[in-house]
Design a protein around this ligand. Structure first.
Ligand SMILES: Cc1cc2nc3c(=O)[nH]c(=O)nc-3n(C[C@H](O)[C@H](O)[C@H](O)COP(=O)(O)OP(=O)(O)OC[C@H]3O[C@@H](n4cnc5c(N)ncnc54)[C@H](O)[C@@H]3O)c2cc1C
Length: 475
């Protein structure tokens, strides 16, 4: 081996140069780096996240090119391709930042074995979380099941390690010619929707990449953090950070956010607690690989979910007749993101008003969210459904009308996403069916023609859910 033998840096969900432990350690060896990403069908994300992935690949390639290198995007099974590339490029080591989802962990464990067999060192690094998911434990050494003691213990554990700067002196190895045929064409990497192109709203709303993530963080700290505790539940205010897709794709790390918050000198307990929920979700997924498939509270296995394709479709397309629910579902479809308060309302509506299995909602979110996260999504669905370990009780049924009156009192969020109700005043917009045909007609709306009548009656749906719950509890 000579000093020109490279270190292969395998990027996955860590699309950044700063605070990238795998990259920094590779550069620190003084050897050239060979930067690769493998498009592997085994770990493919949902539709909206695929759109984001294309942007993330483009942005990282551009950042590496600015240093004289490139990101080589290859198609194949990572478990085979990475060892082959390590051998073909005569790499001394392969570096990557750890993933903690079951599919990712499976690939990584097999890869370590395969690399050992060919005599190449495999080094994995931390970076996606404040603390590795196995570190925060009870005094007895067990994983936590409840958020509050988990977060208390995490905070007592100390702040995260200080974030690393982006490496300055990068030198790059070439991709061996024999791998050219595995290379994916950079125009969209085959990830963008074509017929139809449903991504216009995503393009308008988002800019993937590390630089955009830093801009988003800086703007949030300067403009919104001070009022976060007050505004975070108001969907029309856009008072949350919108960092979730940047965290999901590792354009920014929670350690960088933690540090930036500390540097800003602002009080941020509530905001940092939300990062804590993300940590808790990963701790749960680490314990329960089937978090997206199995009710954590087994008693719910006996719940008689309804089969209701029409109801599911009305929910997915934002045509339930409940304006706040419909606004949220349309925001999701158009932009790949939905405000947290509204996520809770739409999830409760699907599970309790329609009695549709939470796993259908989880799957729809997995396909349509740009921030879809394999830990946060199922944990929050199980929270909403009451099936999780630390969850809202099933009998607490959110009323979509009172939630709307409380959190969107002026109706501005609804008007933005449900334009057919744009002329309806605040006193009628939360429950338009109550207004009567005359009052609504005066604002140009006929129920059933311009906007749907409610697909279920709130009182009846609530009573039905409670009856199901009572029967389940009584065995
Ligand atoms: C049914 C349902 C499904 C969800 N699915 C996802 C998902 O797939 N991916 C995802 O990142 N979040 C998910 N969330 C959590 C939350 O809605 C989003 O993290 C939040 O809306 C993102 O917006 P933000 O970045 O402006 O959040 P902020 O309020 O600015 O919070 C900062 C960060 O904290 C984390 N965070 C905030 N709330 C939560 C939470 N409840 N659980 C876990 N982490 C949280 C996120 O990383 C977020 O970016 C879901 C919530 C519900 C109710």
């Amino acid at each position: 081996m000579t000093r020109s033998n490279p270190v292969l840096v395998w990027f996955r969900e860590d699309f950044r140069l700063a605070d990238n432990a795998a990259l920094s350690a590779a550069v620190g060896t003084g050897r050239p780096v060979l930067c690769v990403f493998v498009l592997d069908a085994a770990t493919f994300p949902g539709g909206a996240a695929r759109w984001w992935l294309a942007g993330a690949l483009r942005a990282l390639d551009a950042a590496l090119r600015a240093h004289g290198g490139a990101l080589h995007v290859l198609r194949g099974a990572a478990g085979h391709l990475i060892p082959e590339l390590a051998r073909g490029s005569r790499a001394v080591a392969v570096h990557w930042n750890r993933r903690y989802d079951p599919a990712g962990r499976g690939v990584d464990a097999a890869l370590k074995v395969a690399l050992r067999q060919i005599g190449v060192a495999g080094h994995s690094f931390a970076g996606a979380l404040l603390h590795e998911p196995w570190t925060i434990r009870t005094r007895g050494g067990a994983p936590f099941q409840m958020f509050t003691p988990f977060w208390r213990a995490a905070c007592a554990f100390g702040g995260p390690r200080p974030p690393l700067p982006a490496p300055a002196d990068l030198s790059f190895a070439q991709l061996p010619e024999t791998f050219e045929e595995s290379r994916v064409a950079p125009a969209g990497f085959g990830l963008l929707p074509a017929t139809p192109d449903w991504a216009a709203g995503l393009r308008e709303e988002w800019e993937p990449g590390e630089a955009a993530a830093q801009e988003c963080l800086t703007r949030f700290l300067a403009e919104d953090l001070a009022a976060y505790g007050r505004e975070r539940d108001t969907p029309a205010a856009e008072g949350t950070s919108r960092l979730s897709p940047y965290l999901r794709f590792g354009h920014v790390t929670p350690a960088q956010i933690w540090q930036a918050v500390a540097d800003s000198g602002q009080e941020a307990t509530k905001f940092l607690t939300e990062l804590g929920w993300r940590e808790f979700a990963w701790s749960l997924l680490f314990q329960h690989e089937d978090l997206a498939r199995r009710n954590l509270r087994g008693v719910f296995d006996g719940l008689p979910w309804r089969t209701d394709p029409e109801g599911l479709r009305a929910w997915q397309t934002g045509r339930t007749g409940y304006p706040l629910v419909d606004a949220g579902m349309r925001q999701l479809w158009r932009t790949g993101w939905m405000h947290n308060r509204v996520r809770m309302v739409v999830a409760s509506f699907l599970v309790k008003h329609l009695l549709i299995d939470w796993r259908h909602g989880e799957a729809w979110f997995a396909d349509t969210l740009v921030d879809h996260d394999p830990a946060s999504n199922p944990m929050n669905w199980q929270w909403s459904a009451g099936t999780g370990v630390d969850a809202a009780p099933f009998f607490r049924i959110m009323n979509p009308v009172t939630q709307s009156e409380k959190f969107d009192p002026g109706g501005d969020y609804i008007r933005r996403w449900v334009p057919e109700l744009a002329a309806v005043p605040a006193n009628l917009i939360h429950a338009p069916w109550v207004a009567g045909a005359g009052a609504l007609g005066a604002h140009g709306v006929v129920l059933g023609r311009d906007y749907p009548a409610p697909i279920v009656d709130h009182r009846q749906a609530r009573a039905r859910a409670l009856a199901v719950w009572t029967a389940l509890r009584n065995g």
